[in-house]
Design a protein around this ligand. Structure first.
Ligand code: PEP
Length: 254
């Protein structure tokens, strides 16, 4: 049985003051939530402050990126051990905004994944196609390239620590959500691709959907057989909205 995970990607939002306030509100929202896992990924600058607020609450803490080296002359970068020392246990990797604006290639993402695992962080690998790629019939080939590029040649021990998020680029921050059928089709593809690498890992792999998830569409998405949670951008920035998604997820668990 795969446990649902609701993860919030705060992106480049929230000063420390704002982040602490949101974390305090979220802590209240998750009181009584025991059947789903909840994660927030603030910007690096707010990790420590948010971690202090969350304390030993049910909400886990993650970062949004890392550099694949542990230390060195890489001005402006942040390493896995630094993220760990800031109190985070998770990291989002290969988000489409990083692929699009910051030259994160599949090979680079693979190295970051290994670095994250080496540092004891649980990575969430993001994959997904652009509208152009979908319309050109390239959904499967794009997902295959991203999955193999990032996860190929990984041992079972490492692979089983990875979570994957399917995030169609055309649905991120646009208000256009994939239909449950479109999302399920892509999730099924991803699970089969991971099964080609390791069938036991694929069965237990947590596969999140990301792209304009809100309280009002969460139930039908999370109700799909291969959707094991959500990676939430915009709606994770307000405690009320994120809380609604968490409540829907909690209510779906039998
Ligand atoms: C995201 O950035 O990972 C995301 C899914 O954003 P949004 O929920 O705003 O579409």
């Amino acid at each position: 049985m795969r446990r649902l995970l609701i993860a919030g990607n705060w992106k480049m939002n929230m000063t420390n003051h704002e982040a602490v306030s949101l974390a305090r509100q979220l802590k209240v929202k998750v009181l009584g939530v025991h059947r789903v896992d909840v994660l927030v990924c603030p910007p690096f600058t707010a990790l420590t402050a948010v971690g202090e607020v969350l304390g030993d609450s049910e909400i886990s803490l993650g970062a949004q990126n890392l550099h694949d080296r542990n230390s060195g002359a890489f001005t402006g970068e942040i390493s896995g051990p630094m993220i760990r020392s800031a109190g985070a246990g998770w990291v989002i990797l290969g988000h489409s905004e990083r692929r699009q604006y910051f030259y994160d290639t599949d090979e680079w993402i693979h190295r970051k994944l290994l670095a994250a695992l080496e540092a004891g962080l649980r990575p969430i690998l993001c994959v997904g196609e652009t509208l152009e790629e979908r319309e050109a019939g390239k959904l499967e080939s794009v997902l295959q390239r991203q999955i193999r590029g990032a996860l190929g040649d990984m041992s079972t021990d490492l692979l089983k620590q990875v979570t994957v998020a399917y995030e169609p680029v055309w649905a991120i921050g646009t208000g256009v959500v994939a239909t449950p059928e479109q999302a399920q089709e892509a999730h099924d593809m991803v699970r089969r691709m991971v099964a080609e690498l390791d069938s036991a890992v694929a069965r237990d792999l947590r596969l999140l959907y990301g792209g304009s998830v809100k309280g009002s569409n969460a139930a039908e998405l999370l109700g799909q057989a291969d959707i094991d949670g959500a990676l939430v951008g915009g709606a994770s920035l307000k405690a009320e909205d994120f809380g609604d998604i968490i409540a829907v997820a909690e209510g779906l668990v039998k």
